[in-house]
Design a binder for this molecule. Structure first.
Ligand SMILES: NC(=O)c1ccc[n+]([C@@H]2O[C@H](COP(=O)([O-])OP(=O)(O)OC[C@H]3O[C@@H](n4cnc5c(N)ncnc54)[C@H](O)[C@@H]3O)[C@@H](O)[C@H]2O)c1
Length: 360
């Protein structure tokens, strides 16, 4: 027997699931987001070329009836298999990620980050519901602040870059161009685009191969090898667990209320890189030691790093009541558990140029 209250009204069927495209969905942040979107009932399409993403990252949702995986380069996919698709919302995470990658392979990184975003934004204008615009979230980076010495970084602050002869600034410049483009599409065509500047997002599935500092430290600590800290180690960063970041992304792309706005997203709890290394050693009970390596030795002559990078979170707190909750030592232990469980992310030679990162 059912009560009238428990019976769904016959003329109000459940709304269709939101159709969400996640570019870079097999990557670190993307795969966590995909799991959340599927759990919320979305029909999710992932596009990934697996340049830095991994199929293992999507293992927990493999075969999910609401997940479609398109393997390939984003540009080719938008004009190919997704040319006649429409989406309610798009989360554009696909990118050549991180300063180390752009220093090593600058042409590929610059072209990927600028051209793919340009094509993505044009696509979003006409591939939303009924051929109108789709809501789109563009992944930017705290790198866009460059070497500004302000603390904390607020979204409307000036940015300060080094010369074009120093390749590391090109990553910041590509993300800044992405932002300019998204804001221009919003202004000129009413595209509901929101920009998120990630500050050192960390957690299980992030890999150390491309210079990301925390997974590198965890890998080395598990092996009992020295943790290589660049410079004197007093440079300050703020690390935020991806499981705090993903609900915020979900909220930001779930409404057009944030269109045309830029948000910092991360933690504002500061830690020096030396103390990060010590925290990893302590959390894992490792016998590793901390070693200091001059920047020149790690990155070549003239590498410029930033002393301090902390986000002003007032805007995002006001918009979506964002407050990170996961402590760093839990993140460290979960990264370690993930590495050990998956028998991957095994340490590369500790003496390589990529062994640790000052910034990521
Ligand atoms: N993790 C962080 O701390 C951080 C900080 C600042 C900005 N971001 C930004 O967040 C986004 C996601 O970063 P992440 O940390 O998850 O990195 P990630 O490398 O794990 O994810 C990027 C994904 O994009 C895919 N990809 C790259 N080029 C592609 C292409 N041409 N076509 C299709 N797929 C492609 C990769 O295979 C990968 O799966 C990026 O835009 C990055 O710049 C991340």
């Amino acid at each position: 027997m059912t009560t009238p209250a428990a019976t769904p009204a016959r003329d109000s069927p459940a709304p269709p699931p939101a159709r969400t495209l996640v570019t870079g969905g097999a990557g670190f942040i993307g795969s966590h987001l995909v799991e959340r979107l599927l759990a919320a009932g979305d029909a999710v399409t992932v596009v990934d070329d697996f340049s830095t993403g991994r199929s293992d990252n999507l293992a927990a949702v493999a075969g999910h009836p609401s997940l479609s995986l398109v393997t390939g380069d984003l540009s080719a996919t938008l004009t190919g298999s997704l040319a006649s698709s429409t989406f309610d919302r798009v989360v554009h995470l696909a990118a050549a990620v991180g300063v180390q990658l752009v220093v090593d392979r600058p042409i590929e990184c610059i072209e990927t980050n600028v051209f793919q975003t340009a094509e993505m934004l044009r696509y979003c204008r006409t591939h939303g519901p009924g051929g109108g615009p789709a809501t789109v979230l563009i992944a930017s980076s705290s790198e866009v602040y460059g070497k500004s010495e302000r603390t904390p970084f607020s979204e409307d602050d000036d940015v300060v870059y080094g010369p074009t002869t120093k390749a590391r600034w090109s990553y910041a410049a590509t993300k800044a161009i992405d932002e300019y483009l998204a804001l221009a599409h919003h202004r000129e065509h009413g595209l509901p685009a929101v920009i998120v500047r990630f500050f050192n997002t960390v957690g299980p599935r992030q890999v150390g191969d491309y210079g990301m500092v925390l997974p590198r430290f965890v890998e080395l600590a598990l092996e009992g090898k020295p943790l290589r800290v660049h410079g004197d180690g007093t440079q300050v960063r703020c690390f935020c667990d991806v499981r705090d970041v993903v609900p915020a992304l979900h909220k930001l792309v779930g409404s057009t209320a944030f269109a045309g706005r830029v948000f910092n997203l991360g933690s504002d709890v500061e830690v020096t890189i030396t103390n990060l290394a010590r925290a990893v050693i302590a959390a894992l009970g490792s016998r590793s030691i901390v070693e200091h390596v001059p920047y020149d030795q790690a990155f070549g002559p003239g590498f410029e790093d930033l002393r301090r990078r902390r986000p002003d979170l007032r805007r995002i707190q006001e918009a979506i009541a964002f407050t990170p909750t996961i402590p760093l030592d839990r993140t460290i232990r979960d990264i370690a558990e993930h590495i050990q469980t998956n028998q991957r992310g095994m340490p590369r030679p500790a003496g390589g140029r990529n062994a640790g990162s000052p910034t990521r």
